[in-house]
Design a protein around this ligand. Sequence first.
Ligand SMILES: C[S@@+](CC[C@H](N)C(=O)[O-])C[C@H]1O[C@@H](n2cnc3c(N)ncnc32)[C@H](O)[C@@H]1O
Length: 471
Amino acid sequence: MLNCTLDEYAIKSSLFESSLSGEYRKKNGVFYTDVRLSRLIFDYLALDPKKLILDPCCGVGSFLYSAIEYGCCNVYGADIDVKAVRMCKTLTGLKSTVKKMDTLFEDSKVVLKKLGLKEKVDYVIGNPPYCPMEGTIVTDNTDYLFQRKIKDSGNNLFVVALYRSFELVKDDGIISYIVPKNFLHVFSYSLLRKHILNKKAILSIVDLGSCFSNVRGEQILITIKNCYSKDNEIRLLRYVDDSFQNVCSVKQSFYSDDILLFSSEDEFNVYCKLEGTYTKFSDICGGYVGRGRSLDEDAVSGKDIRKFGFKNRQVPARGNQVFIQNIYSAEAGIIASFAGNELKAKQTVTIFTDGDEKMCRYMVGILHSRLCNFYLLKFCYNNSRLTMHTDAKYLRKLPLKKDNEVLFNQIVSLVEAIEGREYMSEIWFEMIEELNELVYNMYGIDDSERVYIDEEIKSLQSKRWINDRDK
Ligand SMILES: C[S@@+](CC[C@H](N)C(=O)[O-])C[C@H]1O[C@@H](n2cnc3c(N)ncnc32)[C@H](O)[C@@H]1O
């Protein structure tokens, strides 16, 4: 039935995709899935080939092609782009079961009818478009409440596609969609996330990393059963060396909103330990936390800050501000300094203030520790490899323990001592190592957890930040 081999399909699909203008693709979220990945997804899902399968935004049919190759015999598709539908029919050999239509804003019953389907499907599979939608709602439209739900859930086409998929699939059917990874933790998608956590069963999430060369950001494959199951466990996997590798399983009830992708059992255990016991940064820092606003020429910019100090000025002795470089990379980790009272900061700096000078220095110590960088990267940025921002919304989530006065004072004194040392000298590195130990002690991190965190952070950090770099 198929009209070309997998390799021929891959070439023809990418030729067609590159014939579309960049602007059109961006506006309509047109980024086709590599057919080798969609083929792998079918093997992974191991679905019943006799069941009804639909890709409601099929493009030129990467998923439909793979479905047929896998052995499926009831394969349906639709796309709003008439040329893509034509090409899809040519490449897959499917004729009457692929239609040109708007499957996102058309009522799902109408969609099924137009496809000639008398019942809902067993599987909805694909990679729906991702793009932000206009903020306005058409108030005289009968589908006002649907549109309102979309707006309240992040106003993006992939959000529409997910909600629609729940209407297209049978109650015990399955949805398997590639969606942006930030769906798992960005606040604006919270309503849809909670809907899924409370009403559906997430069977698995595969971290795909950055698998679309032209799309900024990372993606996941999320597979959802269209009904709730009380004791459901979510399997977490990652896409490495052209295969999906098991990482660990987490009970769905563990998550109430943000869905963190743990990369091992050890990481999950460290998270539970830190979450279970401690207060957060937001519980303690009573002062301002946000971006700098100064337009003064001599205000501090992000690149003027270095770890525990500044490039072109002394660390002030007294005060209650901490400045943090707003751009965060896993290679460098957090870059922050005690900033006294007088200094002003530009937009590229995150500031926090606390009434108490000692607490500010303590925070500078915590922020530079491997433990804090581990937490930020893994649990605030959800293991993203992209360049992130040290914005208040992330910093507020950091656990902040301060119940051991002796350790607290040792950390504060050590931070003051590091400020007075030559930047990146041997003694400076030694003191940071000492700081790491004190922070681990403060947080009750045991030896095996330390080894795990050290290895994780050292594998990501640039060599210049590791004091045993010559070993
Ligand atoms: C990210 S592409 C993926 C295509 C295909 N599923 C794949 O994985 O290669 C998204 C597709 O959604 C289509 N699309 C956008 N808006 C749509 C709508 N309202 N109804 C149906 N298809 C739509 C685009 O034309 C595009 O082909």
